[in-house]
Ligand binder design. Structure first.
Ligand SMILES: C[S@@+](CC[C@H](N)C(=O)[O-])C[C@H]1O[C@@H](n2cnc3c(N)ncnc32)[C@H](O)[C@@H]1O
Length: 200
């Protein structure tokens, strides 16, 4: 399904469970539940999982390698953090404000056998210290990316890669942009100049 269609589905109220069920056969037996993402205080983005091919492309574009520490801000069912741990043996932290997502992510990590490498925190992404991250992944919304940008540039260290599914960072030009399965993936490699410009 193309990126604009996924977001259009949300706007007409198909809801998170319906979208998840469309992509995960094991959930299809459940009747779709229409949920407003505003029901969790502080939740600024609905749950729409990145398709597997986009997850693969995000990890490849970030050049994820052993020794990295990956943070997924708004981690959903944990798929990005879990894929990175499974494939590259990297440590990861997923942050999601919705307790249902944290439960799912922990179950998925157990099933994938990566609980020693990953941690899922039920927390507002704006309250997380990003200093330990060497890779930050995002699938949020344009205005949330824009609000996050000063914090990101203040806290991450030079060399950190930021990868966003679908949405850019306003006038902070990406170092790389690619199209995958109807979605755009943006990559920034943070340097000292970005950090100086970004905090103002
Ligand atoms: C579009 S989904 C992306 C899920 C996952 N990163 C992926 O790409 O498959 C966005 C996620 O952000 C979470 N979220 C929304 N607002 C948040 C906030 N303020 N802090 C932490 N998580 C948030 C939602 O619960 C949802 O799971």
């Amino acid at each position: 399904m193309r990126q604009w269609m996924r977001w259009a589905c949300l706007l007409v109220g198909v809801g998170s469970a319906g979208l998840a069920a469309a992509q995960r056969p094991e959930l299809r037996a459940e009747p779709p539940v229409v949920l407003s993402y505003g029901e969790v205080p502080g939740k600024e983005v609905p749950y729409v999982p990145s398709p597997p091919e986009v997850v693969d492309a995000m990890l490849a574009a970030a050049g994820v390698k052993k020794g990295d520490v990956l943070y997924d801000l708004g981690s959903g069912d944990g798929r990005i953090v879990i894929a990175a741990a499974k494939r590259f043996g990297v440590r990861g932290v997923g942050v999601d404000i919705d307790p249902r997502r944290i439960r799912e992510a922990n179950e998925n990590a157990r099933a994938a056998g990566v609980t020693k490498l990953v941690e899922f925190r039920e927390q507002n992404l704006f309250d997380v210290d990003l200093e330990p991250a060497t890779v930050v992944t995002l699938y949020l919304l344009p205005e949330v990316n824009k609000k996050l940008r000063p914090k990101l540039l203040r806290e991450v260290r030079p060399g950190t890669r930021v990868v966003s599914h679908a949405f850019d960072m306003g006038d902070w030009a990406p170092d790389q942009q690619l199209e995958v399965a109807g979605s755009t993936v943006y990559v920034w490699r943070v340097d000292a100049g970005d950090k100086a410009a970004g905090v103002h």
